[in-house]
Design a protein around this ligand. Sequence first.
Ligand code: ZN
Length: 453
Amino acid sequence: MSDRLNSYLKENSDRFLEELISFLKIPSISTDSNSKADVDRCAHWLKDHLFNIGITNVQLEETPGHPIIYAEYLIDASKPTILLYGHYDVQPPEPLDLWDSPPFEPTIRDGKIFARGATDDKGQLFTHIKALEAHLAVEGTLPVNVKILIEGEEEVGSPNLEPWIKDNKEKLSCDAVIISDSSMYAPGIPSIMYGLRGLAYFEIEVEGPSHDLHSGLYGGAVPNPINVLSSIISSFHDADGRIAIDGFYDTVRDLVESEREEWKNLPFRDSEFLAETGASELAGEPGFTTLERVWARPTLDCNGIIGGFTGEGAKTVLPSLAKAKFSCRLVPDQDPLEIEKLVIAHIEKVCPSSVKFKVGQHHGGKPVITDKTGIAVDAAKRALKKSWDAEPVFIRGGGSIPVVATFAEVLKTPTVLVGLGLNDDRLHSPNEKFDLENFYKGIQTSAYFWNEV
Ligand SMILES: [Zn+2]
């Protein structure tokens, strides 16, 4: 990369941070209907920002939900076209009292910026925007064709993104997609993520009597929905920790031996992983290491449970209702819709006829495995190596970015996931942060990336 590009990054580094602070100050909480005006303001801020750095073709696309920002800078049809994806919406900041500084007043401490969205995804997205700015400012153009797609509904399951991508298939056509919305394996170890788990999310309601009953007058003779719900939940796993739903593992792609070997070579200690959790022991499916359990095996976890009397003191009630939310992390080649059917069939089988139950589904996502080679992956590898001065590792992730499967299916395009966050960034939690070192090295990596492509 030219010295001029590098010196541009250095000379403007303070301004980059100030701009990131302005971006982070906007509480673009997509889940909260009271924040609609702020989410809108954030979309406009981004649109103006892209325009001001020299990407003149920027559109703010209204959707039934929050706006999508689409921009492009096309230089030469014979050169590769890369689509940059990111999201400008953030998770709700609650519980507020656990933040050391207010979530929407970005604060710098110990070389880290603390704010909601610092790493997920405003900070990571902004690294690419600043790298594009540097190319435009120094060279007056970009080295490749660039398309930019930034949504405002990632944290609510992107309900309007897939239809928009389908409607704009031609406009979005590209050779590869780049996303920075995940983590590096560890500090100083640049990483490319090539696998993500998918998701199926359920809500179950079990109804017994039509109203709460006196447990002395009726207890023992009437079904208790909480007892029944508990037995349904406990039937999801066998005694060893395997999921006991018929057919659940049928389409799970086995780990390949070379993959298992590669993962064994990553610096990883169960003890450190355990310490992060505060639990007393690790648990999971037999026959797999911790990394394998988290990256390559499916799960079923209860996420919340409510019912009956939970106030202070004692109340001898036999409740009428019990509810729970639970979700499965899925791995290739499990299909969320197929898993939903299996889960419901299982509940039908185990639920006694003395109660009624209803199962609802929330947004899901397909699991993916992407190629480990290709123009964007190879370019990202070289760019990461140059800016971090270390060989990048290939990792999988336990989380979900459903749009990756959409890009593969609709655009027939591979995605490269260059995570710049760290595992302790506390995404979705109080005190979310982004290390400034990762912010600046991320900008440099992206600047190299556009050249390397
Ligand atoms: Zn994100």
